[in-house]
Structures are given as structure tokens and as C-alpha cells.
Design a protein around this ligand. Structure first.
Ligand code: UDX
Ligand code: ADP
Length: 441
């Protein structure tokens, strides 16, 4: 089956960059990205410097394909009707209420997306799960599609996205692997082949692996859990280093040189953030509990607990340095994004650390090169427990060396531009990748 027309529902951090790269690499396929948020679609169609997602290299790719075979639209119905293949790249946050609250994935957006597909589809479709989903979601999607449409055939594939924000375009151009899960029936395998053919336009054959749907769904959760586990492991050791006088940077280097362990993803930090790790581990924990695997659930849950511990520990160090109270102290927080080179602040450690400093009485100044002011304010409003926050908080448009005259400067995101600043007038606490006993001198 040769695919000529693709639709992607969800123009966010996953859908936007992934579809831009597919369009660039497959000039003969028309790719339409739709979203329920019309403002977002407007921004995707607007100036390349103001795209809703900031990613190095993304504006260039969008600039080359947009208007040729890449389109951003709010006509969800039309895009579904025309496409032979539909990607679902909508958000799947952790549930906040009902069964599994605080752990299981909230599938509301996926369900409403599936209902739209069922409602508007007039011909057979291949539907692809792109968002990270709990294992066996494909079954649920299939039920919704079949209940709500009349006689149309849907093949559901799982094709989890492994891109990391900040390097999304690089990761999409040169993926470690592309994973495609499909039903073992002949029509399922035809659908898998149609997707393989798309990726074969730029991904070598040996890097494309095909599995059954459940293996594919679980591999995504497991990959993220294993990656996050490395960070929690090294972060737990940073606490021990600070007690013993060992240096976490030296430790990390020495451990990583063992080729069985490897050097990547071993940087101690103030804690991991981002929309995937915590959510996916909690999902895994929920799944294990569901199947009665309590010890396995506990094992993985500890990865998230160490992450919370590390964020707390970092804020506590600053508070203790100031004698337990920050009343009257001015603190500059540099970085709000969960990592460098993205404008995404979901689950950013900056949100929790700054809240703790604020609650201890500090006046706060915040600066991030890419996260918009309105996002910082809304993160504070949504995620801080202290609701009257916003008094004694200033968000800066830029930061110059002479601004760094406050008592304390905290670097939370490892943006390059913070590397050259002069901190000589302030006490520096660097949470990103350098937590060691030297931090507080
Ligand atoms: C992650 C996975 O890497 C990606 O494969 C998956 O598709 C989505 O989740 P992402 O969350 O975008 O990607 O970024 P990643 O680079 O994995 O970083 C996650 C967090 O870990 C960040 O807060 C980062 O700063 C932190 N981190 C990373 C460390 O603290 N130490 C490290 O050594 C590496
Ligand atoms: P991710 O990091 O998974 O890409 P985002 O939140 O950045 O998550 O993007 C998900 C996008 O999906 C959002 O822009 C949201 O408006 C869109 N979305 C959610 N539900 C629907 C839906 N039912 N129909 C269309 N778009 C949707």
C-alpha cells in the first residue's frame, strides 16, 4: 500500500517536529497536522522565529516543507477524511482524578481523538499511536473506533516516539531505532509495511524494528524508565559524595568508562524533568500493581522518589546555607525549561525548587531564554501550592552580568548563555549536572 496522504492529530512537541521531518524526507506525501487549539495552528503557520515549539533546526525544516507538502490546519474533519494514515500525537498527562489518579495516564484526549477519527472517516485507515500510552491502549482505541463508525476497517499500529526535546530534529534525522508494533494478521502486517516504507526514505533498514503491538507499547515505557533510573542512580550517589568528600563528576566519569555501563546519561543533576519520564514510570508502576507485581512496582517507583528527594535536597541546601531562612534574601533563578534548548517547562525541576525557595521567604527573579513569561506565570499558578504567589516574583526579559548582584544565583537549566556570566558578586548554586560538595564551598 502506497501512502500519499498523512494526517497527524496534535501539533505539539511530538507531532510538530515529527511531521515536519516526515514531510521533508517524503516530498511525495502530503502531511497535514491538525490541532484543536487554533492559536497553536496559527503560530505554526506564522513567522518561523515564533513557532510554538522551540527546537534547534526545526524552523529550518518547517521553512523548507511548509506550504509544499506540509500543512498546519484546524480542519480536523477534512484532514481525517483525506488521509490514509493518521498519527495520534495528543497529550497523555497523568490522571488527576478517578481510578488510578496520580499514576495512570489520562486517556481523555486519546479517546476524543479516536472518536473524531471514527466520526469523520469514510474509508479504511491506518491509525498510529505516537504518544506514549499505557500497554494495551491500542485495544481500547480499536474498540472506540469500531463502536463509533460503520463498517470501516482500522489497523492500529504503535510507533512510539523516542526523540528527546532539545535534540528532536537530530534524533529524527538519525534515529537509534524506529519501532513499529502491529497485529500479526495479514492486514496488520500490510499496515506495518506501509509505515516501514515511509521511514525507509531516510532510516536504514536495520534500524527499523517491527514487533507486536504490546511489545512496542511496553518498550517505550521501559526505555524511559531505564533512562530515568540511570539519572536517579547517579543522583542518589551525589548525596553520598557530598557526605564523603568524593566528587560526583569524577565518579560519573570513572563509572561511565566501563563500556558495559557507558558514559551517556550519567550526569548528576537537580533532578530529571520533562513530560515523559515521571509520567511513564508512574504508568509502569500502575501497570505492575494492576498485575499484582508489588515488588516490581516498588522498584520502579523508587526512581521517582529519588527524583523528588534530589529536588528537595537541592533547595534545602540553599536554605541551610542561609541559616534556615531566606527572608530578605534575593535569589536569581536562571533557567525554567526542563533542559536546555527547549521552550518546554513541563515537570521542570525549576518549578519545585523555586517554590521551596519562595516558601522559605526569598524574593525571586526568574529568567529563561526561551520559556515565555506567560508560561512561567501559569506554571506557578498551576503547580505551586502557595496560591498567593506572584508577590515578590519578577520575571526578567534578559540577564546581564550586572544583574547578578543578588545574594544568590541558582542555575537550574544548562543553557549555554549561562556559562559565560560573571557570578563573582553572588553565591552560585549550580543544580544542573554539577552537584558536589564543592557547590556550597
Ligand atoms: C526523554 C527520552 O530521552 C526520549 O527518548 C523520550 O522519547 C522522551 O523522554 P526528554 O524528556 O525530551 O526525552 O529529554 P532527556 O534528554 O531524556 O532528559 C530528561 C531529563 O533528564 C531532563 O530534565 C534532563 O536534564 C535530565 N538529565 C538527562 C539528567 O539529569 N542527567 C543526564 O545525564 C541526562
Ligand atoms: P506532546 O509533548 O505529547 O506532543 P503537547 O501537549 O505538546 O504534547 O501536544 C499535544 C497537542 O494535542 C496539543 O497541542 C493539544 O491541543 C492537542 N490535542 C489534544 N487533544 C486533541 C484532540 N482531541 N484533537 C485535536 N488536538 C488535540
Amino acid at each position: 500500500m502506497k501512502i500519499k496522504n498523512i494526517c497527524c492529530i496534535g501539533a505539539g512537541y511530538v507531532g510538530g517536529p515529527t511531521m515536519a521531518v516526515i514531510a521533508l524526507k517524503c516530498p511525495n506525501i502530503k502531511v497535514t497536522v491538525v490541532d484543536a487549539n487554533t492559536e497553536k495552528i496559527k503560530a505554526w503557520n506564522g513567522p518561523l522565529v515564533n513557532l510554538p515549539v522551540y527546537e534547534p533546526g526545526l524552523a529550518d525544516v518547517v521553512g523548507k516543507a511548509r506550504g509544499k507538502n506540509l500543512f498546519f490546519s484546524d480542519d480536523i474533519k477534512g484532514a481525517i477524511e483525506q488521509a490514509e494514515m493518521i498519527f495520534m500525537a495528543v497529550n497523555t498527562p497523568t490522571k488527576t482524578s478517578g481510578e488510578g489518579a496520580g499514576m495512570a495516564a489520562d486517556l481523555t484526549y486519546i479517546e476524543s481523538c479516536a472518536k473524531d477519527i471514527a466520526k469523520y472517516a469514510k474509508s479504511d485507515k491506518i491509525v498510529i499511536e505516537k504518544s506514549t500510552l499505557p500497554v494495551r491502549t491500542a485495544e481500547k482505541i480499536k474498540d472506540i473506533l469500531e463502536e463509533n463508525s460503520n463498517g470501516i476497517k482500522f489497523e492500529i499500529l504503535s510507533n512510539p516516539e523516542f526523540l528527546a526535546e532539545g535534540t528532536a530534529i537530530k534524533d529524527l534525522f538519525k534515529s537509534d531505532r524506529v519501532l513499529i508494533g502491529g497485529d500479526m494478521t495479514s492486514s496488520g502486517q500490510l499496515a506495518v509495511q506501509a509505515l516501514v516504507d515511509i521511514y525507509r526514505n531516510w532510516i536504514p533498514k536495520e534500524k527499523i524494528i517491527t514487533t507486536n503491538v504490546w511489545s512496542s507499547e511496553l518498550s517505550k515505557l521501559a526505555s524511559n524508565a531505564m533512562l530515568a533510573q540511570r539519572i536517579s542512580s547517579i543522583n542518589s550517589l551525589s548525596a553520598l559524595c557530598e557526605k564523603t568528600g568524593a566528587d560526583i563528576g569524577e565518579l560519573s566519569k570513572a563509572i561511565g568508562m566501563d563500556h558495559r555501563i557507558g558514559p551517556h546519561f550519567l550526569n548528576a543533576s537537580v533532578g530529571f524533568g520533562g513530560s515523559c519520564f515521571k509520567k511513564d514510570i508512574l504508568n509502569l508502576v500502575y501497570l505492575c500493581k494492576f498485575y499484582g507485581l508489588i515488588e516490581v512496582a516498588e522498584y520502579w517507583h523508587q526512581v521517582v522518589k529519588i527524583n523528588d528527594y534530589q529536588k528537595n535536597r537541592f533547595a534545602q541546601k540553599i536554605i541551610e546555607y542561609c541559616g534556615g531562612r531566606l527572608k530578605g534574601k534575593k535569589i536569581t533563578v536562571l533557567g525554567w525549561a526542563f533542559k536546555a534548548n527547549t521552550n518546554d517547562s513541563r515537570e521542570s525541576p525549576a518549578i519545585n525548587v523555586t517554590e521551596m525557595l519562595y516558601n522559605a521567604g526569598a524574593d525571586i527573579e526568574i529568567y529563561d531564554p526561551m520559556v515565555e513569561k506567560k508560561t512561567i506565570y501559569s506554571d506557578i499558578k498551576l503547580y505551586w501550592r502557595s496560591k498567593k504567589a506572584s508577590e515578590n516574583i519578577t520575571i526578567l526579559d534578559e540577564v546581564k552580568p550586572e544583574d547578578l548582584k543578588n545574594d544568590i544565583t541558582v542555575i537550574i537549566t544548562e543553557w549555554d548563555e549561562f556559562k559565560g556570566l560573571d557570578y563573582s558578586k553572588t553565591k552560585l548554586f549550580d543544580g544542573r549536572y554539577i552537584i558536589s560538595n564543592e557547590m556550597i564551598g
